[in-house]
Design a protein around this ligand. Structure first.
Ligand code: TMP
Length: 207
């Protein structure tokens, strides 16, 4: 079936504020009368949420990088087939907190897996589904850490600011590679200021 809905993804280093902005974006889109399905990757289906628990559990510290990559892709494939594709086919809008750009930034740029291998894994895990537009909330990891209100506990968040610097660099590479789709905005400043920047970056999709 043809895909009719709009697929928006939100990306950034841990603590960049994208989940707060996702709430605001959903409100804005709903006020415009659209049907919105908000999701997170990894997650969003029964199986994908189970995989999320495994991949983020700090107790699984023996996990090798290839295992980590494949778990993210497995969770994503289930999310795409079970929820994202049917939603887009019926013409609703999907707002997804992270998608395959996270895998490029975290598993290729930060972990150091081969970018070509990660691109191929992303093709499989996404079942070939590409976001129409992606907002990258660009923030220094130091600033993200200053903002954190709760103690960080998951496996990836525990990797430290050097790791998050490489993640940030990965997103900058992606926005240079695909500037039309991957739109970087400055995520420093108040919630209201960042919201305005996000809506401006999405202007051509919000008409
Ligand atoms: P979240 O807390 O923003 O939902 O993301 C979960 C963590 O998983 C976050 O630290 C980023 C990481 N992650 C990857 O390393 N690779 C991926 O492909 C995805 C989707 C997330």
């Amino acid at each position: 079936m043809a895909r009719k809905g709009l697929f928006i993804t939100l990306e950034g280093v841990d603590g960049c504020g994208k989940s707060t902005q996702a709430d605001l974006l959903v409100q804005e889109l709903e006020a415009g009368g659209r049907e919105i399905v908000r999701l997170r990757d990894p997650g969003g289906t029964r199986l994908s949420e189970k995989i999320r628990l495994v991949v983020l559990d700090p107790g699984n510290d023996e996990m090798c990088d290839e295992c980590e990559l494949l778990l993210y892709e497995a969770a994503r494939a289930q999310l795409v087939r079970e929820v994202i594709l049917p939603t887009l086919e019926r013409g609703a809008t999907v707002v997804c907190d992270r998608f395959y750009d996270s895998t490029y930034a975290y598993q290729a740029c930060a972990r150091g897996l081969s970018p070509q291998m990660v691109d191929a894994a992303n093709e499989l895990g996404s079942c070939g589904v590409r976001p129409d537009v992606t907002i990258v909330f660009d923030l220094s990891p130091q600033e993200a850490l200053r903002r954190a209100t709760v103690e960080r506990t998951d496996r990836l968040e525990g990797e430290g600011t050097g790791f998050q610097e490489r993640v940030r660099e990965g997103y900058l590479q992606l926005s240079a590679r695909e500037p039309e789709r991957v739109r970087k905005i400055d995520a420093a400043g108040s919630v209201e200021i960042v919201r305005a920047r996000m809506l401006a970056a999405l202007r051509d999709f919000l008409k």
